[in-house]
Design a protein around this ligand. Sequence first.
Ligand code: ANZ
Ligand code: ZN
Length: 862
Amino acid sequence: MEDKYLPDSIESKWQQRWADDGSFRVVEDPEKEKYYLLEMFPYPSGNIHMGHVRNYTIGDVVARYKKMRGFNVLHPMGWDAFGMPAENAAIDNNTHPAAWTYANIDTMRSQLKRIGLSYDWDREIATCTPEYYRWEQWLFIQMVEKGMAYRKESYVNWCESCHTVLANEQVENDCCWRCGESVQQKKLWQWFFRITDYAEDLLVHCDKLGGWPDSVTTMQKNWIGKSVGSEVTFEVEGSEGPLSVFTTRPDTLFGATFMCLAPEHPMVASLSRGTEQEGAVAEFVDRILKQERSSKAIESYEKEGVFTGAYCINPLTGYKMPIYAANFALMEYGTGAVMSVPAHDQRDFDFARKYGLEVKVVVSPEGEVLDGATMAEAYSGSGVMVNSGDFDGMDSVAAKEAITDALEGRGIGKKTISFRLRDWGVSRQRYWGTPIPMIHCDACGAVPVPEEDLPIVLPEDAQLLESGGSPLGTLDYFKKATCPKCGNTDARRDTDTMDTFVESSWYFARYCSPEYTEGMVDKEKVAYWMPVDQYIGGVEHAILHLLYSRYFTRVMRDIGLVEFSEPFNRLLTQGMVTKETLSCPNHKWVFPTDTEKAEDGSVTCKLCGSPVDVGRVIKMSKSKKNVIDPNVLLGRYGADTTRLFCLFAAPPEKDLEWNDESVEGCFKFIGRVWRIITSRLEAFSGVEAYAGPASELSGKSRELYTKINATIKKVTDDVEGKFHFNTAISAVMELVNSMYAVDGDASLREDVMKRAAETVVLLLNPVSPHVTEELWEKLSGTGLLMDQPWPEYREDALVSDEVLIVVQVNGKLRSKFQVPAGASKDEVQELALADAAVQKFIDGKQIRKVIVVPGKLVNIVV
Ligand code: ANZ
Ligand code: ZN
């Protein structure tokens, strides 16, 4: 008796069962090999979208697969719950960020449960809870005490609309990454993490992250940006302090004709003081510092500067080099000063032409003579040294070393390294974040909150609409503090909160002991579970989140909490979920649900009846309305189909294009599996699935048995290490087709068919866990399917016992037939000549030659 496939009741039944049984709860088990599978946790924005569904389904299939392979699998989920959207939503909807966040978490948790994801929900964490962030505050204090965190007054990128400081990474084309407002510069006291101390360590390990995509490690390397060069010291005329520069081209030192300082450089003010340039310099600096100062932004500005009124001396030529303050010099890179060599650097060249400064050629390209007065652009290549005293005639690459050595001998130069990576500014003038656990005392400076006073709980009553500055600063009772060191009752609490990237830099470690109250992590548990074996998430986190996590792991290592350096052994960055856009002449972008598709493929707007334009396939986004609501999908087809579609439609790292027909096809496929198995339940009853040698089988049974084993092999190969679920699923589909092809054949052995049925549900279980669990129960399998071991294939059953022979007459294909694999040449030839289709072409003709290629082909020449 077959019954209908009804996903709803099946899925809720099994989800309930898993929850009741605590099926995904895990504990450390030294007997078992562990596998830590982690997907990047979501920001609780309100609803899950298809990108989440895809990301978490990919992770879930890996987790379930590894569990079947015998691993002790840790698969946790939580919420990256602090951040600006909660504050903005709270202002817009007149609610509290906490209320908004927790309500969203509830909604999204139930959505994730509806997908049947195998999380150990007992380990759920939300970063906005004091139980979580108290350990972040604790770590912050350790870092302050170890000199890994420090405070400095510095210019920061400031977004006036979000009222907050932005990290350089959060500035996109001069604008705030969140709201698009153009970024300004503001000077504030900020806390910084000394990530630059780890620049070299982070860089060298990029090459050891074998399980990461090369594209991601390359981005990280570029971000860290190591440059090898020299530091050179210049005497300043009439000033006591010398000036140092970082250069990657010491070979061009003879051509340095002026000097450029970053506008923030401390010597800019002191050098110009008292000269007639003083006013002009102050004005220039003031103007430049209002602009964004990230290196990306600066590249786009026209080069400009102002003479400071002072000169320094070229140590090799004695040339009197005017010192400028220039907009293209960055305070944050090297020493904040640039020796300008206009003949060989384009920026310096543009600047020199603009201000009439001397261009002096010191490196000559092979077989060419350049003239500084007339050249149209800088020559930045290597070549032969000219106008360079003793170094003339030398290869310029070799001269780098030689000139540095000469300078070193005089004590005015040395080899050095510069990194692009900057220290991580973590102070944010926002409310919804982790309070910085420091107290400012006029006598003692910045003093950490004593450990026993942690957590510093985020007060609930801060005024969010405050324009500028930290909302916490408006709460007198919060701000007022007693200095833990000297008892001064007039001290002030730090009212900033931490960058929310801090929370996500260590959450993966907290999952190992989420309820631990004795410390940030339980060292033994973290030693068992960490590092994460497989991390899965969006490529948009390729730089920031991953680099910060790698850095924090090193900090935790050096504080003695963990004994490893890299948090994520393998990384998979999944592609985007895409869909075509739909636009109506009256309604602009329209949701797919507001359109209707006619038989001829034309689309009309349901709101106004106008023809709808079907546009480009792009990443699903609410603003373009090219979205599919996972709730609708789950409601219509169920979780098993949704999951199957996410994996079948594209390999994980590629973009997945939405396709209605493909979803429908996935649903039909599950229906086919359901029918072929449920229709045979009676025949299966009392039969034990066959798992013996292939040699005992023949005919159709043997053929199906080969297909079963070959499918197990193919699926295992595709999934293991590669995660090629799409081809794995195709293989299972073929197996199901083979089952239909022999269905009703009297010669078929029922125990082989049952083996096929069991294999299909086992192989599909990680992908579509509910329906397969239901079918397993019907097949009277014992226990939960997900607790079953992954199926093994038999080598002896991988090759079919029959081979296909192709018959040609005079080179033309005329027939095909199967023969037993071991058939002799004579037997095959006999069968070919007797074949009815072949007979038609050789009848009455003289056979001149027969060529037999065993196992493949017979060619008859007449
Ligand atoms: C002289 C010179 C001559 C340079 C030449 C280049 C070409 P990378 O390779 O990216 O590390 N520089 C140094 N500090 C700077 C700062 N704070 N702001 C802006 N520019 C700075 O770049 C190193 C080069 O960038 C250095 O080498 C310096 O210019 C400039 F034909 O020194 B060079
Ligand atoms: Zn004090």
